[in-house]
Design a protein around this ligand. Structure first.
Ligand SMILES: Nc1ncnc2c1ncn2[C@@H]1O[C@H](COP(=O)(O)OP(=O)(O)OP(=O)(O)O)[C@@H](O)[C@H]1O
Ligand SMILES: [Mg+2]
Length: 235
């Protein structure tokens, strides 16, 4: 890869005035209108906001699947304008785990093989697949295929894949959205253990107030703007 090795920098993401619009025929939908924030190593930041406010769009700017229209973005200290498609692919393979709202698993592989595949892509020979499945309460799904799992089991299997690659940055889009209350309570510590123990940074889009409250900060995306959440205003 062409990127220079940089000294360890606490800022995983630095975003300044990022904007993003979509074009549907003649219609232009302006989703982000100058979003600024930073995410540091070891920090968990929750992003809340109404449906359609641009939360998934924001995550996909940060993993390089979308490009901003304007603004400045630095990922692991690298300005996005200097990153090639190959650099982004390398980041997604080894350093950035994205948990999409759905469709994270490869349908033709069992859960155990999904985990091994993801860890292998990141260059890890050893992975804690069994232990992760145990922690997530789905040890019995290891030999099943994704379409043989419930929505919540799929979501937990996807989490296991993400943790198995030992990422530096986790971008999670409603990671507990399909989980019942008790299971969500059980899954949350995994996030926070990984974040604290490995100094992983996490941006977690969530509608789960308890998950959001456990994060270091809560940001709210509304009308294209990302601001510190003010519970007094929102309630
Ligand atoms: N590829 C696309 N082309 C055109 N419009 C899009 C596209 N993707 C998203 N949008 C629109 O952009 C807006 C933001 O979408 P986005 O998926 O980022 O919202 P969200 O906050 O993640 O919503 P949700 O909470 O429902 O997942 C929505 O109005 C959506 O319809
Ligand atoms: Mg979304």
């Amino acid at each position: 890869m062409s990127l220079p090795r940089r000294p360890m920098n606490d800022a995983l993401i630095q975003a300044r005035k990022l904007s993003k619009s979509y074009h549907n025929g003649r219609e232009q939908i302006c989703v982000l209108r100058g979003v600024s924030f930073a995410l540091r190593r070891g920090e968990a930041v929750a992003v809340i906001g109404p449906s359609g406010s641009g939360k998934s769009t924001l995550l996909n700017l940060l993993n390089g699947l979308l490009a901003p229209d304007s603004g400045e973005l630095r990922v692991f200290g690298n300005p996005h304008t200097a990153l090639t498609e190959g650099d982004w692919a390398e980041f997604r393979r080894t350093r950035i785990a994205t948990l999409f709202q759905d469709g994270n698993l490869i349908p033709t592989l069992t859960v155990a093989r999904n985990i091994a595949f993801r860890a292998g892509l990141a260059g890890l020979q050893q992975h804690a697949g069994e232990a992760l499945l145990q922690q997530l309460g789905i040890a019995d799904t290891a030999q099943r295929y994704p379409d043989q799992l419930s929505g919540g089991q799929q979501q937990r299997a996807a989490l296991a894949c993400a943790f198995a690659m030992q990422p530096q940055l986790i971008l999670a889009d409603e990671p507990t959205g399909s989980l019942d209350y008790a299971t969500a309570q059980r899954v949350a510590p995994l996030f926070f253990d990984a974040i604290r123990e490995r100094a992983v940074g996490a941006l977690i889009v969530t509608h789960n107030p308890e998950l959001a409250e456990r994060c270091d900060r809560i940001l709210e995306l509304r009308e294209g703007d990302l601001r510190p959440w003010d519970s007094a205003v929102s309630s």
